[in-house]
Design a protein around this ligand. Structure first.
Ligand code: NAP
Length: 470
């Protein structure tokens, strides 16, 4: 038997586990999928926006894999800490595949980042997704009229959309009750999503961009003058034809908005402004230490795909600024880390230590290739890693292991949440939703999740704040 640990139960981890058990060359592979959280599915549960139900339904596919009899889910197990260092993992398993993602946000590196009201999109996403590490976050939107989102990727589009949506669209989601209450009471009237480069260089995908124009009661604005700065737009159809298909389609969508009269904002009275060629240079604050706006410098194309400053500045009012400028990998103690790329050095998925492939250690997903691509991108990425592992299987399997790793984890003081524990969390979330007159609603904190997993959840209906301890 080849006993493998996959660390991380997001898409890359689950796809790696699936590839390992479903292949035929190496029989008898058994996989433990470990996760620091008591709940599986990684960013599909805690990153995909709650209103994106179709993408969220991928959880069903991941569930089928985790229910395979050759795979065992063990949540609430932190690898790389004192109790379970990476060296110990190599004693307990023949091979370990790290699929730990890229957990940290990136800073803008401009003055004013410490002002109250300047937050990362990552924190906002974690908060409305009910990530238990975000239980201490609070977002007071009641006094926010204007919000600025810095960045032009799909996360920026997600948070812009969530700020613009009304309660009727959010209530059917699994968003935690406290977050729903805050968004329902939001005073936000305008959201500006601001890109430092041009409209043909947005990182968002067309489907996500187009969706902004479908939000009930929300008017989308694009300034034709900002489109005109982009050579691919100003050059007309011939220049646009040379663009990659996604950029070409994005430009068409933006052109449509620029050409239409947005009219007054609809029922919710909200507007989204998509701004281009503005780079943030300073976050402006009031005497109370709260952000009041963002100073941008107008940029111009430099002819090489980048931009240069023009010395012309524009201040945009904001009581909330979300920086949405990408994720960053975090070093896992015991694993090598390249700070320049914020990834683990690897060769075809084999972890590289001091220039050599480390025996039995592998990576897949964002910690391997950086925070890029959509969920499906993880499939070929995980397959490459799994096939490297399977090539090494002959020599890896020769080593005797001490026995069932679960016993060793328990002996180390860990309290793994197994699949029935996760099912109990799911049942508790369904019950919580029922008590609130909603569909399933996420339990947003550690005591609540662990209490539900242990079958001891005890919560007053209505507030969504669990009281049960572990
Ligand atoms: P991203 O796609 O890398 O976008 C980051 C954005 O931040 C870019 O527009 C970038 O501009 C901008 N930026 C970076 N540094 C900046 C700075 N100092 N000042 C101003 N702007 C700056 O990252 P992401 O949006 O976090 O998304 C991460 C990954 O998750 C992506 O692969 C994304 O597609 C995926 N995702 C997908 C979905 C979906 O499919 N629905 C949803 C969410 C996330 P430049 O281009 O000029 O560098």
């Amino acid at each position: 038997m080849l006993r493998v640990a996959v660390v991380g139960s997001g898409p890359s981890g689950v796809y790696a586990a699936q590839t390992l058990v479903q292949q035929r060359e190496v029989p008898g592979v058994r996989v433990d999928v470990l996760d620091r959280l008591p709940a599986p599915y990684g960013l599909v549960r805690y990153g995909v926006a709650p209103d994106h139900e179709k993408i969220k339904s991928l959880q069903g596919n991941l569930r089928t894999v985790l229910e395979d009899e050759r795979i065992r889910f063990l949540g609430n197990v932190e690898v790389g800490g004192d109790r379970l260092p990476t060296e110990r993992m190599l004693e307990l398993y023949h091979a370990v595949v790290y699929c730990v993602g890229a957990a940290r946000d990136r800073l803008l590196g401009i003055p004013g980042e410490e002002l109250a009201g300047v937050r990362s999109a990552t924190a906002f996403v974690a908060w409305y997704s009910g990530h238990p590490d975000a239980a201490g976050e609070d977002f007071d939107l009641s006094r926010v009229r204007s919000a600025v989102v810095v960045g032009a990727g799909n996360v920026a589009v997600d948070v812009t959309r969530m700020l613009a949506r009304g309660e009727p669209e959010l209530a059917p989601t699994d968003m935690p009750q406290p977050a729903l209450g805050v968004l329902a009471g939001s005073g936000v009237r305008s959201v500006s999503m601001v890109a430092r480069r041009g409209p043909s260089q947005g990182k968002f995908t067309t489907k996500e961009l187009r969706e902004l124009g479908t939000l009930p009661g929300v008017a989308v604005r694009v300034d034709p003058a900002e489109l005109a700065i982009d050579p691919a737009y100003a050059g007309g159809p011939a220049a646009a034809a040379a663009l990659p298909a996604v950029a070409r389609r994005n430009l068409e969508v933006l052109r449509g908005w620029a050409e239409q009269d947005p009219g007054p904002a609809g029922g919710a009275g909200r507007r989204i402004a998509l701004r281009f060629h503005l780079r943030p240079v300073e976050l402006l604050g009031g005497p109370d230490g709260r952000v009041t706006g963002v100073r941008f410098e107008r940029t111009a194309p430099d002819g090489r795909g980048g931009v240069t400053g023009t010395g012309v500045y524009e201040d945009v009012e904001a009581q909330l600024v979300l920086r949405s400028v990408g994720y960053r990998g975090v070093p896992l103690p015991g694993l090598p880390f390249d700070p320049a790329t914020a990834t683990v050095p690897h060769a075809a998925g084999r972890v590289v230590r001091a220039g050599r492939a480390s025996v039995g250690e592998y990576v897949a997903g964002w910690i391997k290739r950086g925070p890029t691509g959509v969920i499906g991108t993880n499939r070929p990425c995980a397959k490459e890693t799994a096939s490297s592992l399977l090539q090494d299987a002959g020599s890896l399997a020769r080593r005797d292991l001490p026995g069932d790793p679960l016993e060793a984890l328990r002996a180390a003081g860990l309290r793994p949440v197994e699949w029935p524990g996760w099912l109990a969390i799911e049942a508790a979330e369904a019950e919580l939703g029922h008590s609130l007159g909603r569909h399933s609603v996420k339990i947003p904190d550690w005591p609540g999740l662990l209490g539900a997993a242990a079958g001891t959840a005890d919560r007053p209906p209505g507030d969504g704040v669990p009281v049960a301890g572990d």
